[in-house]
Design a protein. Structure first.
Length: 176
């Protein structure tokens, strides 16, 4: 054999070795599939997945109101004495039609939650007034803004529920 034949034979052998070596390695698509299966599944949580946290109105109201105001305010007394709230709800249920009792219960609940957000906002205002660290001031300001927004939302709910209650009571008295 001549020199050219040897070179051709070597070239064919090298090319076939390269082809065989490539067939042993997984394809890029196979690697991507394997890596996708090896990844841990990441769960993205939304507001629907997480329970809403409501402020603890009984503790916050007790701190926010002076003792004299708490004694004279019926809503504060209801917040501090859950048994009285339950008894008042039970008594109103027996006297009022179910729709009116439900609206009164919602109204009381909204007022308590709003009071909790007001108390929380007051706490952040106090912290903001004395804080010197810029990062914490920004965090307190953001939290304060959120609490004020929640106070507004609950005020809207209170106003709407109060309007609904007035309409239902008026219709109830006209019906009798």
């Amino acid at each position: 054999m001549n020199k050219c034949s040897y070179m051709t034979l070597i070239l064919v052998l090298v090319a076939s070795a390269i082809c065989v070596a490539q067939s042993d390695q997984p394809t890029l698509g196979d690697l991507a599939k394997k890596q996708r299966h090896d990844k841990k599944v990441v769960k993205v949580l939304t507001n629907d997945d997480v329970a809403t946290v409501k402020p603890d109105t009984s503790v916050q109201s007790a701190k926010a109101e002076p003792p004299t105001a708490a004694a004279s305010s019926p809503s504060a007394a209801a917040v501090k004495a859950p048994d009285k709230v339950t008894n008042a709800k039970t008594a109103s249920v027996s006297k009022d039609p179910p729709e009116i009792a439900e609206l009164k219960q919602k109204l009381t609940s909204y007022k308590q939650e709003q009071q909790g957000w007001k108390s929380s906002a007051k706490t952040y205002e106090d912290k903001l007034a004395t804080e010197t660290d810029d990062f914490r001031r920004q965090m307190y300001a953001d939290a304060l803004e959120g609490d004020k927004h929640n106070v507004e939302l609950f005020q809207n709910k209170i106003d709407q529920t109060q309007d609904d209650l007035t309409k239902v009571e008026k219709a109830s008295t006209q019906g009798h």
